[in-house]
Design a protein around this ligand. Structure first.
Ligand code: HEM
Ligand code: HEM
Ligand SMILES: [Fe+2]
Length: 474
């Protein structure tokens, strides 16, 4: 994949670095998930050596970090093409990449070597901040802020100099909000309610507002590139989605305030606005299909009929539309009303939603962007799917969907037995976890995790060889 480069811009070469680390971390995420899933089945597996709290933490941290890497990679890839200018300040951009990668490595090594210890300020500064998904210690937080400042400066200065397309207007504003929100997870208060309150500003306002808008922007770029979608149409939808996503997503934050000691008026606010969140997700789904259908039979500037320049990327984009709608829209809506959440809160149902939503809304489209970057890197006009592309898509989607169904069944059992029948509490929790439906569901989750992992291996193999396969004819 890295043999020779046909990329026009230096920043696109930097993007390849970011994408490479992202793919490696995706693999690490899956391996950690498999260890955590095995520990559900055999609680003594690696006990005292590599405990569940560590495998789980590294699993979800690796996920967040690989997605952020792939997002930065996507921006460095599309920015010069959209703006028509090489990205400004790349020398610092390259240094920032190595600083960030070194910092991530050190943080993970510390997680692995220092698994237990006191909960004091030294721990917060050097080992672990204890906030799920963003556990990185404070020294790393500050480093991340410095790296992001360099990145944002590069993006903003390039934007100022070049062509200001609708996609870039949205992207540049969105990245500012996305980066700024990280600050909400950096300070410590010893009141748990206040701490959780701000923590959700990062988690929810990332995945249900700023990341979704980001995805809208890069989907727009990708559709124009792959199928020649009309820019005015893509951008019009993008603005509508921005409006709706921010509208419902910001107040939808209330669905995380049911349980943390915030005032009761959040029940109604959370119920109403979070229920509206699926609307823009449906719009996004329709958007992709509509654009695609509309283009069929039309010719592009070169007189080419129905161009489909990168079918692996297009397949991942279509999966994104479906996955986002199902994982975030449907599985999210299931448990967002307080009347339902009173039973489902914190069960495996939440984990089912978390898996399908993160995969459907983000893993898919970022993988698609990586295929677009590979196409640029090797300089081929048209990329067709290979058998490995198809198999990897089949295994990964089947695996993640299978895990989601298994976890939904486990969550359903917990809801009925632990919550509705036994009324919750310590004993109820353990009784529900030991009943056959729950145990079998955890077995299926592990099996489906293995299927996902096989798909990942095929995916990496495909990414490394798709160039050669095109030349030999597929
Ligand atoms: C791509 C977008 C989304 C992603 C990646 C996502 C991911 C997640 C994750 C990982 C959690 C668990 C958080 C934890 O560890 O406590 C969660 C919780 C939750 N999500 Fe989402 N979500 C998304 C969109 C949505 C939408 C659109 C809705 C509603 C329509 C929704 C409703 C909820 C609710 C109600 C909870 C709390 C569950 C509980 O009480 O245990 N999510 N989400
Ligand atoms: C090999 C495949 C995978 C396996 C075996 C696996 C397993 C696990 C396990 C055991 C947990 C801990 C659940 C708990 O605390 O109850 C977990 C959490 C989580 N995983 Fe995975 N996972 C896999 C792939 C993925 C993928 C592909 C994604 C998304 C792209 C993902 C996202 C998450 C999230 C967001 C959580 C936290 C959920 C929550 O807090 O509710 N995982 N996973
Ligand atoms: Fe949320």
């Amino acid at each position: 994949m890295l043999a020779k480069t046909n990329l026009k811009y230096e920043s696109q070469k930097l993007a390849i670095n970011y994408f490479t680390v992202a793919v490696v971390l995706f693999g690490a995420q899956l391996l950690m998930g498999l260890i955590a899933a095995a520990q559900y089945l055999f609680p003594s597996f690696l006990y005292g050596v590599f405990d569940f709290n560590i495998s789980r933490m590294v699993h979800i941290n690796a996920m967040v970090v690989w997605m952020l890497y792939a997002m930065i990679g996507s921006v460095y890839y599309l920015l010069p093409e959209e703006s028509g200018k090489e990205v400004v300040g790349l020398k610092f951009g390259k240094i920032a990449f190595w600083v960030l990668t070194l910092a991530v490595t050190v943080v993970v090594l510390v997680y692995i070597f220092v698994q237990i210890g006191p909960a004091d300020m030294k721990t917060i500064w050097f080992i672990n901040e204890g906030r799920e998904y963003i556990e990185a210690p404070r020294w790393a937080d500050i480093g991340i802020v410095a790296v992001v400042l360099v990145f944002y400066y590069n993006v903003f200065a390039t934007y100022q100099k070049g062509k200001k397309t609708g996609i870039l207007n949205v992207l540049v504003a969105d990245l500012f909000a996305l980066a700024g929100l990280y600050l909400c997870g950096m300070f410590f208060t010893d009141n748990v309610s206040i701490d959780q309150y701000w923590w959700w500003w990062v988690i929810h306002l990332w995945v249900e507002a700023t990341w979704e808008v980001f995805v809208g922007a890069i989907a727009g770029f990708a559709l124009i590139k792959i199928i020649n979608a009309k820019r005015e149409i893509v951008e019009m939808w993008l603005w509508i989605e921005v409006l709706m996503l921010f509208g419902s997503g910001i107040m939808g934050l209330g669905h995380h305030y049911f349980w943390i000691g915030t005032p009761e008026y959040w029940w109604e606010i959370g119920a109403l606005f979070s229920s509206l969140e699926p609307v823009p997700l449906v719009a996004m789904f329709v958007h992709v299909l509509y654009d695609w259908g509309r283009e069929k039979g039309h010719s592009d500037a070169k007189g080419e009929k129905s161009p489909l320049r990168n079918s692996p990327a297009m397949a991942w984009l279509a999966l994104n539309a479906i996955g986002n709608f199902l994982g975030a829209g449907i599985w999210g809506f299931f448990h967002t009303l307080p009347q339902v959440n009173i039973y489902t809160h914190g069960t495996q149902f939440t984990a089912a939603h978390g898996h399908l939503a993160f995969f459907g809304a983000y893993a898919t489209i970022l993988t698609g962007m990586i295929y677009i970057a590979i196409q640029g890197l090797v300089g081929i006009e048209r990329v067709k799917m290979t058998t490995k592309t198809k198999l990897s898509i089949a295994f990964i989607s089947l695996g993640v969907l299978g895990m989601t169904v298994a976890l939904t069944i486990a969550g359903y059992e917990q809801t009925l037995v632990e919550r509705a029948d036994l009324g919750g509490g310590w004993d109820a929790y353990f009784i529900a976890q030991n009943l056959p439906w729950y145990v079998q569901a955890q077995g299926w989750r592990f099996a489906m995790g293995v299927v996902t992992f096989i798909g990942y291996i095929l995916l990496v193999w495909d990414m490394l060889t798709i160039n050669k396969a095109q030349k030999e004819g597929v």
